[in-house]
Design a protein around this ligand. Structure first.
Ligand code: ADP
Length: 495
């Protein structure tokens, strides 16, 4: 009987299920959007029950669409939006409050109060004191939802991030686990000892009996209950979306790095078996736990990547489809001296200036739409290069290749410019679905569907490699122009 892996990809705006064969070909895919809840300015919630229903619905439909039964599925792998926080009743399975989403800033004041402890937080968790992570979101639920603290202290309630919630639901409430790559985003988990940390839980006043058991990313967590697929399927893979993408891009060696060019951009560098702490505002995170070993990563993100292309499309109305940006930019040999700084929501690493706003420099009477489009695409590359430079500084090591995925990675002009500016080979695999593939690989490894990492690497096809072709002097000049532009944009709001 032909066997497949089912990947559950629980994202911020939609739940998807993809069924893969061993070569990574898609047998079927089903996607369902769910409600985004904005109760107040800056607050973002999801209904955890709707997440569950949409995820289960897509899984059942994907199986049906592929003409398969549970017997054809060797294993399930899960990847998920990270940091989003759910608290539910361990008996009834009913959440006590909506899931508080990673984007939600309601705990900004709480996180600010943790600033005096930031060095301790960094050493233990690899993170910054920021509302982005689950810890303050969980503390908020405990403090603000009536009756919740007392019930939690009595051991009646459970906490989990989304992979934990889905595994609990899939196993009919029998398994309460969180894989290391997700646990490490809570700000409650010590990435060195691989345990929930008493001091951090004390600081945030969190009863430790609510916390799931931390587990590796590729292991037999449990089986789905028969009611869901008609028979059991083992759940054997789990990783947060960005770490899953790193795994899906086969970044298995120290020094391997991937970049996901989506709405924003996430860059992760495999730093091997030791955490590397950043002096440049990058996060230290667990990439995955596998076969008794933990692999760490440095993570940097750019807030505005493909979103800048959307801005050209929707606000400036330069084109109708993001993919047209490439042909338009190609109509000019260069950006004509224009630099766009797309700091629409401030600047992240390595600048960390939340007040900064976008700017455009070097405009003349001859500047055209084509120049602005080209300069905007180039800005995505420069932002990425700033993160790569920070990673090189933090590790003291060279980076020779960058593996790419995400929607904007299909833009060849953009990829060539990245190769030129970062002076690295850009590797684009045939499938840029690396997030769900990563979850499928982790699940497949645990059940022998894949024998080894080498087996996975052998199954992957490189679609295109972009080689650097720019001289060092020209590269330096362009980067210098970018850095002057960023500095000028930051100076604008300082006055
Ligand atoms: P997400 O998962 O964050 O929604 P995707 O990986 O689907 O993002 O990528 C979509 C983003 O990539 C959009 O912001 C879009 O503007 C941009 N994009 C898609 N195709 C191209 C392209 N050919 N050139 C440049 N940008 C693109």
């Amino acid at each position: 009987m032909e066997k497949y892996i089912m990947a559950l990809d629980q994202g911020t705006t939609s739940s998807r299920t993809i069924i893969y064969d061993k070569a990574g070909n898609i047998k079927s895919v089903v996607q369902r959007e769910f409600t985004q809840i904005f109760p107040r300015e800056g607050w973002v919630e999801h209904d955890a029950m709707e997440i569950w229903a949409s995820q289960m619905g897509t899984a059942q439909e994907a199986l049906l669409k592929a003409g398969l039964t549970y017997k054809n599925i060797a294993a399930i792998g899960i990847t998920n939006q990270r940091e989003t926080t759910v608290v539910w009743d361990r008996k009834t399975g009913i959440p006590v409050y909506n899931a508080i989403v990673w984007q939600c800033r309601r705990t900004a004041d709480y996180a600010a109060k943790l600033k005096p402890h930031e060095e301790m937080i960094k050493q233990k968790t690899g993170l910054l004191a920021d509302p982005y992570f689950s810890g303050t979101k969980l503390a908020w639920i405990l403090e603000n939802v009536p009756g919740v603290r007392a019930r939690a202290e009595k051991g009646e309630l459970l906490f989990g991030t989304i992979e934990c919630w889905l595994i609990w639901k899939l196993t009919g409430g029998q398994v309460h686990v969180s894989d290391y790559s997700n646990a490490c985003r809570t700000m409650l988990f010590d990435i060195n000892t691989l345990k929930w940390d008493e001091e951090l839980c004390g600081l945030l006043n969190i009863p430790m009996c609510m916390l799931p058991e931390p587990v590796e990313c590729s292991a037999h967590f449990g089986d789905t209950i028969d009611e869901i697929f008609g028979g059991p399927i083992p759940i054997t893979g789990s990783a947060g979306d960005q770490q899953a993408a790193l795994f899906g891009e086969a970044c298995y060696n120290e020094g391997d790095v991937k970049s996901t060019y989506g709405t924003g951009n996430f860059l992760l560098l495999n730093t091997g078996d030791k955490p590397v702490y950043s002096d440049n505002g990058l996060l230290t995170t667990i990439a995955w736990g596998l076969d008794g070993k933990v692999t760490y990563a440095l993570e940097g993100s750019v807030f505005v990547c493909g979103a800048a292309v959307q801005w050209l499309r929707d606000q400036l109305r330069f084109f109708r489809d993001a993919s047209e940006s490439e042909d338009i930019a190609k109509q000019v040999p260069d950006a004509g001296g224009v630099f766009v700084v797309p700091a629409f929501v401030g600047l992240g690493a390595p600048y960390w200036d939340p007040e900064a706003r976008g700017a455009m420099f070097g405009i003349t009477r001859g500047t055209t739409r084509e120049h602005i489009v080209r300069a905007t695409l180039q800005s995505l590359v420069y932002q990425n290069e700033d993160l790569l430079a920070a990673m090189k500084a933090d590790t003291g090591k060279e980076i020779t290749a960058l593996k790419v995925d995400g929607g904007a990675a299909m833009n060849n002009l953009l990829m060539q410019f990245q190769a030129d500016i970062s002076d690295v080979d850009i590797v684009r695999y045939a499938s840029i679905e690396s997030t769900s593939l990563g979850a499928a690989y982790l699940a497949g490894l645990a059940v022998g569907y894949y024998d080894s990492l080498a087996d996975i690497v052998a199954s992957k096809k490189i679609a295109k490699t972009f080689k650097p072709s720019l001289g060092e002097k020209e590269r330096r000049e362009k980067l210098d122009g970018w850095h002057r532009a960023v500095k000028a944009a930051m100076a604008f709001h300082e006055a």
